[in-house]
Design a protein. Structure first.
Lengths: 245, 529
């Protein structure tokens, strides 16, 4: 995935400013940033959900905005929030995604069952996705993104609101996926997860890309959290205020 | 126990919330002004109506109008918030859950705050007409008694509205029961039209003695009791007036007690219980598809849409409303010996109108289809097919029923042709509109919550399209009139062709627009969070 000078304004506010980024094939890439930094906006532009004001996005060599069909065929996306057709049951939703991707029905059935079982969602579960817990919604969203065996996965906050057991499961699946030659890009503001999983990181704040490169390049000999807080410009409580606590 | 605040802070909070809601938002101020004007209109009209018996010096009319009118006002307070306006949750009890307030303080405070609003003021002004009547009929003492009654009546109105909505809110915590209640309310709302006609026809051959008897009984129920106190004084029955006051006060007290019990639940909240899921062994694809839909992209899209028309509560409400209107209008026109043709065109166009904001129903979930790269032609086509699966049987039913009721079974095919033509024209206009003027629906779980501002104006656009569809279908109706009996033979094929042509043109335009503007469409239907 390659981004070239992406810019996006919302009304008068500049949400993303000149973001250029190269994600090498086969890498596990973490996009870090505080809330409101423009992570979701950047990823939305990268996968073709939000038209950029300027700039280009390439997925596996195809321009997302010039040749969307070719680019999207090899891409799996877990969008943020509740962007799923959640009035379907889990199996129905997976079947929908599979057929929508032009897969044949037998393959969809086989892969959907396997995914539901591995992610512990239950292949025969007839609960509507809208009634799922937050962690289950993330898992079914991930299953939908994986179903057509994409070469590139773009995940927006895959670990948000996920319990530790499910998070470990998701981590395992993603690591296996990268080991098999896939590329993962995901956004997060949880340093531990990024430090443990990623070989590349980028730090975004106020719509500007502050640091990017391999994990070692970015953090040097400090912890990622220290670098992050320093780059983003957060303050550390000194002790003189809030003394009554 | 620390000192408890009185009711004033609650009232001030409510007024401040109203004021802050208006600040710097011209659209809201305009809406508020419209609200003031409408309330003022109702207040004046109500006052005038309730004052008529006094001015006309007609005690018998007063004996009918006051209890029935008063009961109507109370029932209005009961149903209108549920059906149309939603509940004014500016003072949400849940927000007070963490404050050290006794239940008694909270209830009186919220109750007083609920009084500070346009509806309450308008109601008080309208029912003040009854005081006028009572004073003219029975002198100042009767007037004072009626004034007490009117004020107690207002308390009753507000208590009814609060208690019932609070009870509903508690009962409707789980999604499933809320869905059921929404369906029931949609049917009630859709039945208002037919009921009105029934009431009108009933009024034409009304037996006033019977009505007076009913009014007398209603006057002794809590609904009418506060509004008839002045009349009892006029008749010299002091004891009756006192008894009615007690009845009304007891009702208010009971309602407040009921409210306070449900309030506890509303503040704490109950966990939503999911549907008891039963396991199944069927394959995922078979679970999604049905009706021998093709096992491909088109089939999946149609299957999802069909499921959504039933499972998504707002869509189901619109289907039910359309079914009621679509069946009732042509039938009532046919029965009253009018020509159903113009109604038929209206119904056909109306059927297409439920697609006017089809992407808005999806909300941000539409992102799925964009990332999968669904071509516009398939997107639009599948949505129309899914809608037609629900609509076409209904259109067939309408034409058959109308033909049979009119005593011309031979006209069934040509009527159906006209319906299809209007449906096709409606689709041809609505489909491009649904892409171009899509708007986000609030992500609220209340199926009756409407988005304010931009959404409303785009809703008006849909109304314009309805008119347009009727106009475009008119030539066909004129041809039908000119040709007379020949039309009975060629009506169906001509109607089908006309409708199909309009649909193909419109859907082609819409499909192009989806291909070019999919991200903008997604942004338009994504609710702001």
């Amino acid at each position: 995935m390659a981004l070239r000078g992406l810019v996006k304004h919302f009304d008068t506010k500049l949400a993303v400013s000149q973001v250029s980024l190269d994600v090498p094939a086969g890498s596990f890439y973490g996009l870090l940033g505080p809330n409101g930094a423009g992570k979701t906006t950047t990823l939305s532009m990268a996968v073709g959900l939000l038209r950029p004001d300027e700039g280009h996005a390439f997925l596996l060599g195809y321009d997302v905005w010039a040749d969307p069909t070719a680019a999207k065929a090899r891409l799996g996306v877990l969008p943020d929030g509740v962007r799923l057709f959640d009035r379907l049951t889990g199996p129905e939703l997976l079947a929908y995604h599979g057929l929508l991707r032009g897969m044949d029905a037998a393959t969809v059935d086989q892969r959907a069952r396997e995914l539901l079982e591995v992610l512990e969602l239950g292949a025969g579960n007839r609960t509507l996705v809208v009634d799922y817990s937050a962690g289950m919604k993330k898992k079914i969203g991930l299953a939908c993104a994986l179903l057509h065996a994409p070469r590139l996965l773009v995940l927006d906050e895959p670990f948000e609101a996920v319990d530790p057991v499910s998070a470990a499961l998701i981590r395992d699946i993603l690591q296996r996926y990268v080991a098999g030659g896939g590329t993962v890009v995901f956004s997060s503001h949880v340093m531990e997860v990024v430090e443990r999983l990623c070989d590349h990181v980028a730090i975004l704040s106020d719509g500007v890309l502050r640091r990017h490169g391999t994990l070692e390049e970015v953090r040097g000999d400090r912890s990622l959290e220290e670098v992050f807080v320093q780059v983003v410009g957060g303050r550390v409580a000194t002790g003189s205020e809030l003394a009554w606590l | 126990m620390s000192a408890q605040p009185g009711v004033l802070p609650f009232v001030r909070l409510k007024l401040r919330l109203i004021g802050n809601g208006l600040r710097g938002r011209p659209a809201r101020i305009a809406l508020f002004v419209v609200g003031v004007v409408i309330s003022g209109f109702f207040a004046i009209a109500g006052y005038a109506i309730f004052a008529i018996p006094g001015v006309a010096d007609n005690e018998r009319a007063a004996g009918i109008l006051l209890p029935l009118g008063g009961a109507g006002v109370v029932v209005g307070w009961l149903f209108l918030p549920l059906v149309f306006f939603g509940v004014d949750e500016s003072l949400d009890p849940a927000r007070f859950a963490l404050l050290p307030l006794t239940r008694r303080t909270l209830i009186t405070g919220l109750f007083a705050a609920a009084m500070a609003g346009l509806p309450a003021v308008a109601t008080l002004a309208a029912t003040a007409g009854m005081v006028d009547s009572a004073a003219r009929l029975g002198g100042p003492v009767a007037g004072v008694a009626q004034l007490v009654g009117v004020i107690v009546g207002l308390l009753l109105c507000v208590a009814v509205a609060r208690a019932v909505t609070s009870a509903f809110a508690t009962a409707l915590r789980s999604r499933r029961s809320r869905d059921l209640a929404a369906i029931a309310l949609a049917m009630v709302a859709a039945a208002v039209g037919p009921l009105q006609l029934l009431a009108l026809s009933g009024a034409e051959r009304a037996d006033w003695d019977k009505v007076a008897a009913v009014a007398h009984v209603v006057g002794w129920t809590p609904l009418g009791a506060p509004y008839t106190m002045g009349l009892e004084i006029t008749d010299g029955r002091w004891w009756a007036a006192l008894l009615k006051l007690l009845i009304a006060l007891a009702a208010v007290g009971g309602l407040l007690w009921w409210w306070s019990t449900t309030l506890e639940n509303a503040m704490v909240g109950t966990a939503a219980e999911g549907r008891r899921a039963t396991a199944t062994d069927r394959k995922p694809v078979d679970l999604l598809l049905f009706l021998r839909l093709p096992r491909n992209r088109f089939g999946a899209l149609v299957a999802r849409e069909v499921r959504y028309w039933w499972r998504e509560i707002r869509r189901r409400a619109s289907l039910i409303t359309f079914t009621m209107v679509g069946l009732f209008l042509p039938i009532s026109v046919t029965i009253s010996n009018g020509s159903p043709d113009s109604m038929v065109i209206f119904v056909g166009a109306l059927a297409a109108l439920s697609l006017a904001n089809q992407f808005g129903f999806d909300g941000s979930a539409y992102a799925t289809n964009i990332t999968a790269g669904v071509p516009g032609r398939i997107e639009i086509g599948s949505r129309t097919v899914a809608h037609a699966i629900y609509t076409l049987p209904l259109l067939v039913t309408v034409s058959v029923v109308v033909g049979l009721l009119a005593g011309h079974p031979g006209r069934i095919p040509s009527t159906f042709g006209l319906l299809i033509a209007a449906y096709g024209v409606g689709l041809g206009l609505v489909l491009p509109l649904s892409v171009r003027a899509a708007y986000a629906l609030p992500s609220s779980s209340n199926p009756f919550a409407m988005s304010s501002g931009g959404g409303a104006s785009k809703g008006l656009l849909a109304f314009a399209v309805l008119l347009g569809a009727i106009v475009v279908s008119l030539p066909l109706q004129i041809v039908a009139l000119v040709l007379g009996s020949v039309w009975l033979w060629i009506g169906l094929p001509v109607g089908l062709a006309y409708g199909a042509a309009a649909f193909l043109i419109g859907s082609g335009i819409a499909a192009d627009m989806v291909d070019r503007r999919a991200p903008e469409l997604l942004a338009a239907v994504t609710p702001n969070r």
